[in-house]
Write a protein that binds this ligand. Structure first.
Ligand SMILES: O=C(O)CCC(=O)C(=O)O
Length: 255
């Protein structure tokens, strides 16, 4: 599924689009799971996760929303199955160049039609820095994400810049003037596709102005032998092995 050209692109440009990782039927079923989960959660509280910085950076973001659930695998077994699916974990191993793949966290996002919030350009690394920068993200697309839906955008090659200084107000983001969202390279995707990128790759996305929701799950994984440099962004399920073994395992007692 991951061809040598994708691996070259990941290594040289910091990202790769894997087409058809899931079948259209699987993507449609997972899309329904996401919308069902968002409906269940919305009955209990506000699940909008729009960054303060998004509202500051993008005029249209004043009234926007992005529906969100952290660690979606705790709410539906469909997501638990997804994150251990060998089509996904083998792709992670190929891009990371490791046998072992460990979960950091997952995030479900629904950008609602006509008002789906943007993400200002940023690297993920400042949120949870690791020693060897093995961390990558994969964004599973459960419906088509053309440009007008606020598809992911990246700055190709930016993973080679190391960890950049971010402004932490309203979510970590890079200076808006230096990294406008509209100048980054869009990666339109189809339902069933997954985009893989390094946690050092500068990325973000625009407003969903289309008449359909953009529905995704982002999975962040690392090599278990790459320790965090600070203990931060801990969450339920972190450390679960998705592929291979944890060679650093020690007796921890009941945890
Ligand atoms: O889903 C997107 O468009 C980007 C998400 C993102 O950048 C993040 O969660 O860090």
């Amino acid at each position: 599924m991951v061809n040598p050209e994708s691996i070259r692109q990941f290594r040289d440009e910091g990202y790769a689009l894997v087409q058809g990782l899931l079948s259209p039927g699987e993507a449609a079923a997972l899309r329904a799971e996401c919308h069902d989960l968002a409906n269940r959660l919305s009955r209990t509280g506000n699940i909008d996760a729009t960054w303060g910085s998004a509202r500051a950076a993008v005029q249209e973001a004043q009234q926007t929303q992005i529906l969100h659930c952290h660690n979606a695998q705790f709410y539906s077994a469909a997501f638990s199955k997804l994150i251990v699916d060998p089509r996904f974990t083998d792709a992670c191993a190929a891009f990371m160049g490791t046998e072992n793949v460990q979960l950091h966290h997952t995030k479900m996002f629904i950008k609602p039609p006509e008002k789906g919030s943007p993400f200002p350009m940023h690297q993920d690394a400042p949120y949870f820095p690791h020693d060897r920068h093995s961390m990558i993200a994969a964004i599973f697309h459960f419906d088509d994400a053309p440009l007008e839906k606020g598809c992911l955008r990246v700055v190709p090659g930016s993973h080679k810049l190391g960890m950049l200084e971010h402004d932490s107000e309203g979510g970590w983001h890079l200076p808006f003037e230096k990294y406008p969202i509209e100048d980054a390279t869009p990666i339109p995707a189809k339902a069933g596709d997954a985009i893989f990128f390094s946690y050092l790759t500068i990325h973000g996305s625009g407003v969903n102005t289309s008449s359909e929701a953009r529905t995704t799950v982002l999975v962040q994984v690392r090599d278990p032998e790459d320790p965090p440099t600070i203990q931060t962004h801990l969450s339920r399920g972190q450390g679960m092995m998705l592929r291979g073994i944890d060679p650093t395992a020690v007796v921890r007692g009941l945890d």
